[in-house]
Design a binder for this molecule. Structure first.
Ligand code: NAP
Length: 304
């Protein structure tokens, strides 16, 4: 196939996304800090690169799927980063969830070198990444979006060009507000049912067919009923996303009280050492609040 692909960040999400590109017949170069992260890709036919610069030198389209804003900055701008090896005419596609403001600055830096950038964060979790059924929200130039679209189709199903640079990341922040606030609402509903001696499983079943029905009620409601918080989407990553929302709100002078409340629940959960649990474990914080009224005093203001 035509475009030579490079992929940096081979974790829970990046590994299956890169594997899908390889299986679709694209030539693939990979880079990770830890050799063991690259091994499954190399065994499947990808070539390994010693640095992001080397990978960029050998690729036409460079994907990044790392953890947080500083990680994308270091992969692109750092020593032996993408910027040190990339050629004019190549495209950098960042699929991590990071700050929209930093994304715009990175797009500008790459643009000075004749390199286009897209921000393309995703929703759909590990299962969506494995099945190639992610939702992909894209920011950047229309022509660059059209060029990368065939590659997005390998990784996702619902692919929307939202707007200019950073618009994909803004869309992802909107997604995280909706998911987080709905998790809190479902947790409160499950608690009310339980405390009223009404079976939460039957409440969930009744509500799923009505106006309150949602994927969060379906999937996370069941997790709360079973008290099974295997991730899923780790609470510490959702906490990171709500920090990105809070920073954007502050820059824009916006008040987003529901987003603040979600962030506080996640701060408590992660502060209890439970950041590796699924973010629907917010339910545990709420449950402990009603069990131990004295716990209110130890919680940040805004919840309890
Ligand atoms: P993950 O399993 O922790 O993987 C992150 C990968 O990024 C690791 O393989 C790590 O490389 C690499 N990395 C991190 N910092 C790096 C740096 N400074 N330089 C080079 N490589 C670096 O995380 P994930 O779940 O795949 O999430 C990746 C992104 O997708 C995050 O922004 C997350 O918010 C977003 N996301 C996740 C989900 C989900 O359900 N998991 C859903 C939607 C969006 P090494 O292996 O070398 O350490």
């Amino acid at each position: 196939m035509g475009e030579r692909i490079g992929f940096i960040g081979l974790g829970i999400m990046g590994r299956p996304m890169a594997l899908n590109l390889l299986r679709a017949g694209y030539s693939l170069a990979v880079h990770a800090r830890r050799v063991e992260s690259m091994r499954p890709l190399i065994e499947a036919g990808a070539s390994a690169c010693g640095s992001p610069a080397e990978l960029a030198d050998r690729s036409d389209v460079i994907f990044t799927m790392v953890s947080d804003t500083p990680d994308v900055e270091s992969v692109i701008l750092g020593e032996n980063g993408v910027l040190a090896g990339v050629h004019p005419g190549s495209v950098v596609v960042d699929m991590s969830t990071i700050s929209a403001a930093v994304t715009r600055r990175l797009a500008e830096r790459l643009g000075e070198r004749g390199v286009e950038m897209l921000d393309a964060p995703v929703s759909g979790g590990e299962a969506g990444a494995i099945d190639g059924r992610l939702s992909i929200m894209v920011g950047g130039a229309e022509s660059t979006f059209a060029r990368v679209l065939p590659l997005f189709h390998v990784m996702g199903e619902n692919i929307v060009h939202v707007g200019g640079h950073g618009a994909g990341q803004v869309c992802k922040s909107c997604n995280q507000i909706l998911v987080g606030a709905t998790i809190v609402a479902v947790a409160e509903a499950m608690r009310l049912a339980q405390a009223s001696d009404v079976d939460p499983a039957r409440v969930r079943a009744a509500l799923l067919g009505g106006f309150a029905g949602s994927r969060v009620l379906d999937v996370h409601g069941q997790r709360m009923i079973d008290e099974n918080f295997e991730p899923g989407f780790k609470a510490r990553l959702h906490q990171k996303d709500m920090r990105i929302v809070a920073e954007a709100a502050q820059e824009l002078g916006l008040s987003l009280p529901s987003a603040n409340a979600v962030a506080r629940y996640l701060d408590v959960l992660v502060g209890q050492g439970l950041g590796e649990l699924d973010s629907s474990a917010i339910y545990l914080v709420l449950r402990d609040l009603s069990r131990e009224p004295s716990a209110h005093s130890s919680l940040p203001s805004g919840i309890g």
